[in-house]
Design a protein. Structure first.
Lengths: 528, 354
């Protein structure tokens, strides 16, 4: 997030949610947005193919067609430009590339955008005015925006909208991705990515590499590595022979699970470090037992870049070992000795190599934690980014045309399938399916079907139906609802026994981010 | 502008608009409350916080009375003490006194105030309502035979979470907390965040997941960051005999900056996976398609031998690693360091895209 979570409750005058079911996936952030609307009268715009809880409070609800995000943004920006609602001063002093962007946006009057998105033009106009005219507008998104073959374009469009209206660098504004996992921000910050070291220092940058080579005392590769999705494909093709998995479960979380399974089966060696014998761990040659969050010390970085302490409450279970100790033991045996006395000692090393974390230490993190960048020990941390200038200097507009999703519906697969999470479960269910209350409350997967579609197919609520895509089929319980677009069906990916990712597409990824298009698969729905 | 007043003989200054309760507490007076909650709208209903302003005809509820310049306040005068005793006695007429088995034993306002004012029993006779709600949800126990009608749960439900699942039903002695049509929580807009448990001053609302495992007042509490979504909520893990037995809230913004104690159903009730009998407790090696337990040395040696073997035969880029968005920064740092420095490849990623 460019801005901080509590601004959504106190400072934002307008909140635009697109591709985030906030009350289910980031419940506490959802509470804050709701209170801002109820107590302070903040305006709310919700764009989602499903009528999510917060849509009930929205000033404008746009039930747009999955995968048409760019058209929606361009339509809104068209209105903003043509009605003179753009922030000219901000555009002139803080941005570049406006002309090229405006040229493309000119092609998307609200009527054209409305046709592509399957919503009313009047609602696009209303949303555009609310966002542009409010004193401070914040756009929040999650995987609903990013898990598309045009995911990068969608995010850039989000940035265009914020730049066009000067909604950056001030309280209550910003481009705010709500990240889905406790430490996904931290994993990225720490360089658990194939192209960067910590703090996004490129592995292809000679200076950065020299710095890490000096600190680590080895020669490092300057070739970008494989993304997760590419690793699976390369394993399938036999080029990746060995895989180490630390606390992940690709056998449930990755697209096209039949393909994932075949890829893992082809490996010469699979090592899994986890706290449960997950679907992925079952495929391993060696499994190493790590510890849960309750058993470890360390830090997590949340979606607003706040680094906070994790504190050990209980001992390791059985013969399990601290994950950092396992990594040290393995590295040492691989011929590169690593040895630390504590997570704090590791953090001290991180600081020396990570400019945005340089001013942090465990003592400073004790109470409220610190949002990065925090470059020095007397620096208070940075709740709001881009206040005076952007990292690159001027904010860059991108001229972006709408592109169709990779899979479009046809006669054989006439329905759009989209996937996501429930309030009651988390990711692949490794933890929540073993939490008694959560699993009792939501023990099985369902597929949400619009009541009109269900009626046409003679499907009643609660019956078992079959969903098929080009990758495979699953059978699961029908949940007939009104709050979803008529030709869209939705299911959860938490359930290994009715795994949504059997259905999803691994072949076509966003060309820049390599993200799979979980939000749009062409599907067929059958009564059994 | 500041005003001056005297509380229990002590002169203090407070900004105009300060409520008497806050002024009294600032002066060091210990004012008992049930319905007052600093983060919720004022109810002014329980009358436990009454104090005596000199020269006034009546006692006043300090939580809803603005402090005035020149006021002279007694917070423990005989009249105040008598009034509070009556409030407690009235509450006891419909409170099931089962402190010995109550989850809130040791952390209960009613218990503490009865102790403080020596109220052992009630001189009033009330009809026992049998308000215990046999609610089938797996998270929240609703024992309204212990409810003191402070309505903090109703206000927290509306003002923190915004679910608006519960409200006061009926009036007077028959008033009780209910969902619409007095049904079960599962059939209401309840999202099982448990903010109602967080604010309940007595044992009327408690966690079914933590029930019987350890009274929160007696548990050790370890402040940490939630393991689920990326919001980064702070929570307190409750520990007894080296086991996690519950989750409670820390409502101090200095320690809980993001959520101020508010949680969701996963954070508050989803912690028991930690104790699952399915947890891995020993390294495993697969032989002939079956896992067998192994020692750490054996498992690590085998893993290192296989990885180095692949590296020698096919080069470092034939190996890849998925680190994790669930583990700590320190662990992610070591994971990518291992892949880059020990193996020599940049093939390291995690599920940020999934």
């Amino acid at each position: 997030m460019t801005n901080s979570i509590n601004e959504l409750e106190n400072d934002a005058k307008c909140v635009f949610l697109i591709g985030t079911n906030t009350t289910e996936n980031h419940p506490v952030i959802g509470y804050k947005i709701r209170q801002n609307v109820l107590k302070n009268g903040a305006k709310l715009i919700v764009a989602d193919p499903r009528r999510i809880e917060l849509a009930e409070l929205a000033d404008v609800y746009l039930p747009f067609k999955p995968g048409t995000d760019v058209a929606l943004f361009n339509g809104m920006m068209n209105v903003i430009i043509n009605e003179g609602l753009a922030d000219r001063k901000f555009i002139e002093s803080r941005t570049e590339g406006y002309e090229a962007m405006a040229e493309v946006v000119e092609k998307y009057p609200p009527e054209v955008a409305a046709e592509i998105c399957g919503v009313d033009a009047a609602d696009i106009i209303k949303a555009a005015r609310l966002y542009a005219e409010s004193e401070a507008s914040s756009v929040c998104y999650a995987m609903g925006l990013t898990q598309h073959t045009t995911g990068t374009d969608n995010v850039k469009s989000c940035c265009n909208l914020a730049l066009l209206t000067g909604n950056l660098g001030k309280p209550g504004t910003g481009v705010n991705p709500l990240r889905g996992q406790n430490n996904v921000q931290g994993a990225c910050d720490m360089g658990a990515l194939p192209v960067v070291f910590t703090a996004y220092q490129a592995v292809t940058n000679d200076e950065a590499r020299a710095k890490f080579e000096k600190a680590w005392g080895v020669t490092l590769s300057g070739v970008n590595g494989l993304t997760l999705t590419k690793t699976i494909n390369k394993a399938y093709e036999g080029e990746v022979k060995g895989l180490i998995v630390v606390g992940e479960n690709p056998m449930v979380s990755d697209p096209d699970l039949h393909h994932v399974e075949e890829a893992l089966d082809k490996l010469d060696f699979l090592l899994v470090q986890d706290i449960f014998l997950t679907e992925t761990a079952k495929k391993a040659d060696v499994v190493l037992p790590g510890v849960s969050f309750a058993e470890k010390d360390g830090t997590f970085s949340n979606t607003e870049r706040r680094v906070q302490r994790v504190r050990k409450a209980i001992s390791n279970k059985g013969d399990a070992r601290q994950d950092w100790e396992i990594l040290c033991d393995l590295s040492t045996r691989l011929g590169y000795p690593m040895s630390y006395n504590s997570p704090e000692e590791i953090f001290e090393e991180i600081r020396t190599l990570t400019p945005s974390y340089a001013g942090m230490n465990y003592a400073r993190l004790e109470g409220t934690g610190l949002p990065w960048p925090c470059p020095a020990e007397d620096h208070p941390g940075t709740p709001i980014l881009h206040k005076e200038k952007f990292n690159r200097g001027l904010g860059l507009f991108h001229a972006i045309e709408y592109l169709e999703p990779a899979e479009v519906i046809n006669e054989e697969y006439p329905i759009i399938l989209t996937t996501g999470r429930s309030l009651y479960h988390y990711h692949t269910g490794t933890m929540t399916r073993k939490a008694k209350g959560l699993d009792e409350h939501m023990p099985e997967n369902v597929i949400q079907i619009n009541s009109a579609l269900a009626k046409a197919k003679n499907i009643v609520d609660g019956e078992i139906v079959k969903v098929t895509t080009r990758r495979g089929s699953i059978k699961l319980k029908a949940e007939v609802i009104d709050g979803i677009r008529e030709n869209v069906i939705f299911t959860y990916f938490h359930f290994a026994e009715a795994a949504a990712n059997v259905l999803t597409n691994a072949e076509v990824l966003d060309p820049v981010a390599g993200i799979p298009e979980y939000k749009v698969s062409a599907a067929r729905l059958e009564k059994l | 502008m500041d005003i001056k007043l005297t509380i229990n003989g002590k002169e203090i200054e407070v900004p105009q608009g300060t409520m008497l309760l806050d002024a009294c507490r600032k002066a060091g007076a210990d004012i008992p409350t049930f319905c007052y909650d600093p983060d919720l709208k004022l109810a002014g209903s329980c009358r436990m916080c009454v104090v005596q302003p000199q020269g006034w005809r009546n006692l006043v509820a300090s939580c809803v009375t603005p402090a005035q310049n020149g006021m002279v306040i007694d917070t423990e005068s005989p009249d105040v003490v008598e009034a509070r005793k009556v409030v407690l006695e009235l509450m006891l007429t419909r409170h099931k006194l089962t402190c010995h088995t109550c989850e809130k034993d040791g952390d209960c306002n009613l218990q503490d105030y009865c102790y403080r004012y020596g109220v052992t029993e009630s001189r009033f006779e009330g009809k026992i309502h049998n308000l215990f709600k046999d609610d089938s949800n797996p998270f929240i126990e609703r024992d309204y035979d212990k409810c003191v009608m402070c309505t903090r749960c109703v206000r927290a439900c509306e003002e923190i979470t915004g679910a608006r699942a519960i409200n006061v039903m009926d009036r007077g002695y028959h008033a009780h907390i209910a969902t619409a049509f007095d049904g079960e929580l599962e059939d209401s807009p309840c999202v099982f965040c448990g903010q109602c448990i967080m604010v309940c001053p007595v044992g009327a609302l408690t966690s079914k997941i933590a029930a019987g495992k350890g009274k929160p007042a007696q548990n050790e509490k370890v402040l940490t960051t939630c393991t689920y979504c990326g919001t980064g909520c702070t929570l307190e893990l409750n520990v007894k005999n080296d086991e996690i037995v519950g989750v409670t809230s820390n409502r101090d913004a200095e320690w809980s900056p993001v959520n101020k104690g508010a949680l969701c159903v996963k954070g508050r009730f989803g912690w028991d996976f930690v104790n699952s009998p399915e947890r891995l407790t020993t390294p495993l090696i697969k032989e002939n398609g079956e896992f067998r337990p192994a020692s750490w040395d054996e498992a690590l040696d085998l893993a290192a031998e296989k990885i180095n073997g692949i590296k020698e035969k096919y080069g470092p880029d034939s190996l890849s690693m998925f680190s994790s968005a669930r583990v700590t920064n320190e662990e992610n740092y070591l994971a990518q360091k291992l892949m880059r420095a020990a193996i020599g490849s940049n093939n390291v990623d995690h599920c940020a895209r999934l």
